[in-house]
Design a protein around this ligand. Structure first.
Ligand code: ADP
Length: 482
């Protein structure tokens, strides 16, 4: 079976969040399971030179974009039994940042979607299944139907649309989209691409793909409702028999506290207690926090967007810091309002709060390794990888019970001594503060229970083993082999 992943991100080449992690890990796991796997992504300027040197040029074609004709080169790199194809075009991908304003991104990813299909003839990798990821690739099944249905090599391809986040949809005006994608008016009706008078890339993927997956079972149910459905719950309900939630895993080759080169002291479940203390003291020094192992260190590593529950943190920050027992480290970048809010709190609580406003992969590893607890109070969370990484590094998560957070964190039960973290149900700042204080009291007063929980969290299975098998099940189902 040949499977091609089309994606706007793929670690280690390029990543801004969980999508990059997933497309970095899942194809490798599928390859280990015997699937011929390839990934195609844009050749962004930000890709590290060391990977660019490993790529080699294959060929190029020209893609019609409205009245223009645009160059599309393709480069290839083979790594861990996966083939990576990079679509080269300086005009679209030769500048920072990765994502831009919607009117720019719509054209960039329209180009990418067209290039993915056209370049199959050049690469010779003919997939049985194309696994699409998020809105940036949503038009691929639409284009397959509109422009390639006469060609048997294309006609037999099945498509799976994986939703990593329903919030981002790639919406723009119909005229522009129909022009750059060469789609006639029939495609722009409310049952197809039209979305409140505009057109939506993601809706295209949901309507035209053969199957839809999303990244946790709870999120797959939540998005059927209006509150989480982002105005797409109608189409998702209509297609509910072809929707499945498959929880993400984490890449143990990348996230392994025993071998991690980014952290000061490597550790495993046997020596986590003493090594976490050492890592904590070193991180406190690195970030200019008060060096004190008796502070309850809470970490956050996150995109700074509305989704991530930063309003709740804002609301209770003063109360949380009042007793002087908590330290908070936040690594994140995103919306300016949150960035400024966090800068303010660092200034106000110098030595106890540290806000690092940037994307820094290496530092993120040290935060997971050093933190006692990891806060993730998301408003919604399709899956969430950070809480799993935190658990694997012995930082107990404090999460809101939504989406993948609900599926992956088992709340502490003090009577039965079970659980791998702490959770609260409502999007309410004081409910969160109550649970933070509860976690802090267990950490401080019941060290035995805390340490046992750290070990349980570290040993929990967040590997891709089961999830990769579920993806293969979906592919086999589509190909009629089950
Ligand atoms: P999302 O995909 O919504 O951003 P996830 O929890 O699924 O959230 O994945 C986030 C991934 O991005 C994790 O690997 C996390 O460590 C990483 N990450 C997020 N923000 C930063 C940052 N500022 N610096 C480094 N890594 C980050």
């Amino acid at each position: 079976m040949n499977v091609l992943f089309a994606s706007s991100e793929c670690a280690p080449f390029v990543k801004t969040g969980g999508l990059g992690d997933v497309v970095g890990a899942l194809p490798r796991k599928l390859a280990q399971e015997g699937v011929n796997t390839a990934v195609i992504l844009p050749k962004y300027k930000s890709i590290d030179e060391k990977y660019v040197k490993e790529m080699y040029y294959i060929d190029n074609i020209y893609i019609k974009m409205g009245w223009r004709s645009q160059y599309a080169g393709v480069f290839k790199l083979e790594k861990d039994d996966v083939i990576y194809y990079f679509v080269d075009n300086e005009f679209y991908f030769g500048h920072e940042p990765l994502y831009s304003d919607v009117y720019i991104d719509i054209e960039r990813f329209a180009f990418f979607d067209k290039a993915v299909l056209a370049l199959l003839q050049v690469t010779g990798f003919w997939p049985d299944v194309i696994n699409l990821n998020d809105w940036q690739t949503g038009m691929i099944p639409v284009l397959l139907k509109a422009h390639y249905s006469h060609d048997d090599r294309y006609n037999r391809i099945k498509t799976v649309m994986t939703i990593h986040n329903l919030k981002y949809q790639g919406i723009y005006d119909k005229k522009t989209i129909s022009d750059i994608l060469d789609l006639d008016d029939d495609y722009f009706t409310p049952d197809k691409l039209e979305f409140y008078k505009d057109a939506s890339f993601l809706k295209g993927g949901l309507v035209y793909s053969d199957y839809i997956t999303t990244v946790s079972p709870t999120y797959s149910c939540e998005i059927m409702n209006e509150y989480f459905g982002e105005n797409l719950n109608g189409i998702l309900n209509a297609r509910h028999e072809s929707v499945r939630g498959i929880v993400n895993g984490i890449d143990y080759d990348v996230w392994n506290p025993r071998t991690d080169e980014n952290i000061e002291e490597n550790f495993d479940a046997r020596n986590v207690v003493s090594k976490k203390r050492d890592n904590k003291l070193k991180l406190q020094r690195e970030l200019g926090l008060l060096e004190d192992e008796n502070k309850f260190l809470i970490g956050m590593v996150t995109r700074l967007t509305h989704q991530k529950g930063l309003e709740l943190v804002d609301h209770i920050m003063d109360e949380m810091m009042a007793q002087g027992e908590v330290q908070l480290v936040i690594l994140g970048s995103g919306d300016e309002t949150y960035e400024n809010m966090l800068r303010h709190y660092e200034w106000k609580y110098k030595g106890s709060v540290c806000s690092v406003i940037k994307f820094d992969n290496s530092l993120s590893h040290r935060i997971y390794a050093a933190s006692d607890a990891f806060l993730m109070p998301s408003l919604f969370e399709p899956c969430g990888l950070s809480q799993m990484i935190a658990m694997h590094y012995g930082a107990l998560p404090i999460v809101r019970e939504t989406g993948g957070l609900k599926d992956t964190v088992e709340a502490y039960n003090e009577y039965e001594n079970t659980g791998t973290g702490f959770s609260f149900a409502n999007y309410n700042a004081h409910e969160m503060l109550y649970v933070i204080n509860y976690a802090k009291s267990v950490w401080k007063n019941n060290k035995k229970a805390w340490q046992a929980m750290m070990k349980r969290a570290m040993k929990a299975d967040f590997s891709w083993d089961n999830s990769a098998k579920s993806y293969i099940e979906v592919y086999n189902y589509l190909l009629g082999s089950v």
